[in-house]
Design a protein around this ligand. Structure first.
Ligand code: HEC
Length: 256
């Protein structure tokens, strides 16, 4: 038991330190999983901008429709852009009960991107909401990279800035600092907008909050139910506690 407690304490202490690595702090994002409208907007961004490369194979469209309060028709018409290649050589239209698979074949993605593109079903659990938000906010122009962009949260990432039309393009402004070893090095001070996108900076930040909220929902679709059930269980235990105490008093009242 002692060992378990020590291991737990250690993991609590070291986790933030590990997550922080890379010299950049995460930006904070305040998501609300009870806000269905925000999750719906997030789902729309996800299916429009991410599902073309990333799969989310732990999720089915009809489950998402039900959880986010959308009709199956709405989802079929607005959120499904892929074909299902698992069935026939040329694929067939994705059905409402299908898994959220990617539009490309996995073998192609390896060839085109030189890396296997990760499934995003549970990425929120591995990375955390703040990390994801920071990642989506900090793409910047870097001509030395294959897609002309780099990322502050995930340096040299192999993903293009797929939402540059929405956010616009930012450039890095550097400053020189002294490292621990006394040597001077250049670090990014801030990112500056050079080519504005369709959204204002505030609108883009809101959109990314919705997208992250959707990914957090996807990482654990039952979490809202779990919390509601948990509340009822605690309420039940409290009432049960009061009743059993009254019962105990009743049983013992004649015994002295
Ligand atoms: C053009 C294809 C493409 C699209 C579209 C795309 N990505 Fe990626 N993404 C990649 C590739 C390739 C990688 C792997 C990069 C690497 O490992 O260097 C990646 C990596 C990631 C990672 C890091 C995963 C990890 O934990 O290592 C996240 C998070 C991510 N993408 C989120 C998104 C989101 C959210 C969207 C939609 C807004 C999106 N991606 C759209 C190609 C894409």
């Amino acid at each position: 038991m002692k060992k378990i407690i020590v291991a737990f304490l250690l993991s609590v202490i070291t986790a933030p330190a590990l997550a922080a690595g890379g010299g950049m702090h995460n930006l904070d994002v305040d998501i609300d999983l009870n806000n269905k409208a925000s999750l719906q907007r997030g789902a729309k961004l996800f299916t429009n901008y991410c599902l073309s490369c990333h799969s989310a194979k732990a999720m089915r469209y009809n489950r998402m429709a039900e959880d986010l309060g959308m009709s199956e028709k709405q989802v079929l018409e607005n959120l499904i852009f892929t074909a299902d290649y698992s069935k026939k050589p040329h694929g067939e239209p994705t059905k409402i009960g299908s898994l959220m698979d990617v539009a490309m074949r996995t073998s192609d993605t390896k060839q085109w991107f030189g890396t296997k593109i990760p499934d995003l079903s549970v990425v929120s659990r591995a990375r955390g909401a703040d990390w994801l938000y920071t990642y989506l906010m900090t793409f910047y122009i870097d001509e030395s990279r294959p897609y002309g962009v780099n990322n502050q949260r995930f340096p040299n990432v192999g993903m293009p800035h797929v939402m540059w039309e929405l956010q616009g393009l930012k450039k890095a402004v550097y400053k020189t600092v002294k490292g621990h070893d006394g040597k001077e090095k250049k670090v990014i001070e801030k990112l500056e907008m050079v080519k504005p996108g369709k959204l204002t900076e505030a609108e883009y930040a809101d959109a990314m909050r919705d997208l992250v909220a959707f990914m957090v929902y996807m990482g654990e679709p039952a979490q809202q139910t779990r919390k509601t059930v948990g509340l009822w269980v605690i309420l039940f235990l409290m009432i049960f506690g009061v009743l059993s105490y009254a019962l105990k008093k009743e049983f013992w009242k004649d015994i002295h």
